[in-house]
Design a protein around this ligand. Structure first.
Ligand SMILES: Nc1ncnc2c1ncn2[C@@H]1O[C@H](COP(=O)(O)OP(=O)(O)OP(=O)(O)O)[C@@H](O)[C@H]1O
Ligand SMILES: CC(=O)N[C@H]1[C@@H]2OC[C@@H](O2)[C@@H](O)[C@@H]1O[C@H](C)C(=O)O
Length: 368
């Protein structure tokens, strides 16, 4: 492999289930070279969660978490390089998404932390971060950003395709086969975030493996209908959301007037994720025949995948594994791609998705 062929993407998503690192090359097509997962220590996870909600002493806490995350991100990258026997000279750049601690497109700001100065210093590799704010400065949502990557690697000339990422939040990308329609993309709402929060609270488990607990309960229709009334689900794209809207306290308030058992709430939350995705597809995707490829941790939840397939009986629902890209590493690969675009001086956003005034080069470069 030629020098500087590899880009590293680093994703620390809203689920806080761990840090995903993917070493990727793009010439001639996307190739996943190596991957690494780094655990987030519990106290750090608690501090990040605290920063996602308004609270006291936020600036000091943010400063210390910014540094701690910068060090942990660098450690994750150095581990991948060491474990895989990669040569740093082969790596052109790191694209680090950063940890979102606040996302408020309604006030034109979004905040991702994990100091890239520290990453560049500790790895000796040029690091790019802060991918969202230029899109926002141009009037966009700053999210989702992966649709431009999906467009490059997943577009099919024969079939309309939908890419669905089910992480903490869920976001979809519609890729029309012919250029008769625009690429669409937006956050549909919660992916796993509410299910994770509920199962942690009631079962002390970080997530509901394959949705087994949800499947042992029954969806509570009145509660589901109440949740479906949330204005976010009825807003037209461009739109994006986060933990500011979907968190345990909000959920607890919603559930309070109902006498639903915890297990039935879990079943209802799984149904909420599935129905909000399918409602979004039925409302905004101008095609009834498409291939649906799912990625992100939710693609490993068999019960959720089965509900999606049941709600879309005429279309094939599968994971991106079936299209040759491991569903667990899509987002990290996307940030490797965004780093490449930035260094090449090419745009990283899709105006039809984020609503920005124009295509922009995304990211700030921290030279090695
Ligand atoms: N086997 C499984 N069964 C059920 N759920 C699973 C399984 N594996 C992963 N998950 C879910 O996937 C989540 C992690 O998904 P992922 O890593 O895609 O999220 P993220 O990247 O942090 O989020 P986002 O895309 O919103 O930034 C876990 O918290 C869990 O809820
Ligand atoms: C602000 C923020 O971090 N948003 C994330 C989050 O996680 C999923 C969804 O909400 C998506 O909008 C976005 O991430 C992906 C990588 C994106 O920008 O495409």
């Amino acid at each position: 492999m030629d020098a500087s062929d590899i880009y590293i993407g680093l994703m620390s998503g809203t689920s806080l289930d761990g840090i995903d690192v993917a070493a990727v090359s793009f010439d001639p097509t996307l190739k996943l070279i190596a991957t690494h997962s780094e655990a987030i220590p519990k106290p750090l996870k608690q501090n990040i969660l605290q920063l996602t909600q308004p609270g006291h002493n936020e600036i000091d806490l943010m400063g210390s978490v910014d540094v701690e995350l910068g060090k942990l991100f660098a450690q994750a990258i150095n581990s991948l390089i060491h474990n895989e026997g990669l040569n740093k000279n082969q790596i052109r750049a790191i694209g680090s998404h950063g940890q979102t601690i606040r996302h408020r497109p309604e006030f034109n700001y979004t905040l991702q932390i994990g100091d890239a100065n520290i990453i560049a210093e500790a790895t000796g590799i040029t690091t790019i971060t802060d991918f969202r704010r230029r899109d926002m400065a141009a009037g966009g949502q700053g999210a989702p950003l992966v649709p431009a990557f999906h467009d490059t690697v997943f577009r099919s000339p024969e079939h309309d395709r939908i890419l669905l990422n089910i992480g903490g939040m869920a976001n979809l990308t519609y890729l029309p086969a012919a250029p008769k329609h625009e690429v669409l993309g937006f956050d549909t709402g919660p992916g796993n975030v509410l299910m994770d929060a509920w199962v942690l609270h009631h079962q002390n488990s970080p997530y509901d493996q394959h949705g087994a607990w949800a499947q042992s309960g029954h969806c509570d229709l009145p509660l589901l209908n109440k949740l479906l009334q949330l204005p976010y689900f009825h807003e037209a794209p461009p739109k994006s959301t986060g933990r500011e809207q979907f968190h345990l306290d909000w959920l607890t308030q919603q559930v309070e007037p109902y006498s639903t058992s915890p297990v039935d709430v879990q079943a209802t939350l799984l149904e909420l994720t599935a129905q909000t995705v399918v409602n979004a597809i039925n409302t905004y995707v101008p095609s009834t025949t498409f291939e649906l490829f799912v990625c992100g941790g939710g693609s490993r939840n068999n019960a959720l995948m089965a509900r999606l397939q049941a709600l879309l009986p005429n279309n094939n629902v599968c994971t991106t594994d079936n299209a040759g890209i491991n569903a667990d590493w899509m987002e990290a690969a996307a940030f490797a791609w965004l780093a490449k675009r930035c260094l090449e001086g090419k745009s990283g956003n899709k105006t039809s998705v984020t609503g920005a005034r124009g295509e922009r080069i995304l990211g700030a470069i921290y030279q090695a």
